[in-house]
Design a protein around this ligand. Structure first.
Ligand code: KG4
Ligand code: ZN
Length: 357
């Protein structure tokens, strides 16, 4: 089955075609992957202006879909992000997908953007399809698709959620941020330094030359037993530090911020793994592109007994794109009439399939 995925929840306009591999254990093949971003326009304002994001998406959605379908003319179904996200942006993708489903008479599957991030862990990158399916994750153990139950950590620009995935479509929310998301903390603290949006990659670059111990920054909620997070205090600590100290090493502060965020993310993930005795850990979302987080999460999960597999998508598939939207629909194939599909900006990660057990 070939699924066309459409993603427009934030400032990216993306379309991709994904196909199932020769067996369920071989992951999904990416036939096309097109992403257009309006990030340069938002850099001028230091953050996303929703109206501008949606207008840009309207301009390029048809071209992006056309390009994604260039190699693969025939598709079997459409998957579209319905939420969470910016309402204007979501509507562009949702209404386009509904129109195409109606004209082409194809089934359409509504997709939860946050759940979908996790499905980047079932994708096999285009250039790796013929050989080792997941070579860049290194270890032999990772050379397969994730096994359930799994703990998933989704760290994006707007969300930080820990979930227990008992199976496809069986997601239980374990904890999340009480204020800012991890990505938001990167973005907002970067702004304090005058760094461009998005701040995550900029802080990561600066941090390479910095000493993460140079400044004493808080690790909010790290000692608490719950699986929740809080990042706004870290942002405030950085603002106060910048106010109090006349000369600041940007590299050291960047390294300190990055390390404080990583420490909390790694500690809470390890706590969830120990509590729920899972077989896999899945990392996903834009912040999962962070090299230090990938390295330190790998070190922490490898040190746990009994051994479990950590899955981290290649960096390209951590930030927003449509490949994992299609992948999510493949494993949760519940088409509904196009007339019933609606954008839902406030959708939570456990969505309608919330599991309270
Ligand atoms: O998942 P995503 O592309 O969009 C949302 O769904 O929000 O995540 C975007 C977030 C931004 O906050 C960005 O700063 C962060 O991911 N990000 C990073 C890195 N690359 C992107 N954060 C830290 N290190 C990175 N290398
Ligand atoms: Zn996202």
């Amino acid at each position: 089955m070939k699924i066309l995925g459409i993603e427009t929840s934030c400032d990216e306009t993306a379309a991709a075609v994904v196909e199932n591999g020769p067996s369920t254990s071989s992951g999904l093949r990416i036939l096309s992957d097109v992403v257009a971003s309006s990030v340069e326009l938002h850099q001028k304002t230091g953050g996303i202006i929703p109206e501008i994001a949606a207008r840009e998406q309207l301009k390029c959605i048809v071209h992006v879909i056309e390009e994604a379908l260039q190699k693969t003319k025939k598709i079997d179904a459409i998957a579209v992000t319905v939420g969470p996200g910016l309402i204007g942006s979501l509507l562009v993708g949702v209404e386009t997908a509904k129109t195409l489903a109606y004209i082409w008479k194809k089934p359409i599957v509504p997709v939860n953007h946050l759940q979908a991030h996790l499905y980047a862990n079932w994708l096999v990158p285009e250039n790796k399809q013929q050989t080792n399916p997941r070579p860049e994750l290194g270890s032999k153990a990772n050379n397969k698709v994730p096994k359930f139950p799994a703990v998933g950590l989704v760290v994006s620009g707007g969300h930080t959620d820990l979930v227990l995935m008992k199976d496809h479509g069986k997601i239980k929310w374990l904890g999340g941020t009480r204020d800012d998301a991890a990505g938001e903390c990167f973005d907002k603290t970067a702004r304090v330094f005058g760094l461009p949006y998005p701040g995550g990659p900029e802080i990561a670059k600066l941090a390479e030359k910095g000493n993460s111990q140079a400044y004493d920054l808080p690790r909010p909620m790290i000692k608490q037993k719950n699986l929740d997070f809080s990042f706004s205090g870290l942002k405030t600590a950085v603002i106060n530090l910048k106010r109090k100290q006349k000369s600041i090493s940007k590299a050291d502060l960047a390294a300190g911020i990055q390390q404080a965020i990583i420490d909390v993310l790694v500690a809470k993930t390890a706590k969830a793994v120990e509590r729920y005795r899972v077989k896999s850990v899945l990392l996903a979302g834009g912040v999962a592109a962070n090299k230090e987080l990938r390295k330190q999460m790998q070190a922490q999960i490898s040190s746990l007994e009994p051994k479990i597999n950590l899955f981290i998508p290649p960096s390209k598939f951590c930030t927003d794109n449509a490949t994992y939207i299609a992948a999510c629909a493949f494993f949760n194939f519940k088409p509904i009439p196009w007339q019933k599909i609606e954008a839902n900006p406030g959708l939570g990660i456990a969505g309608a399939s919330i599991d309270k057990t």
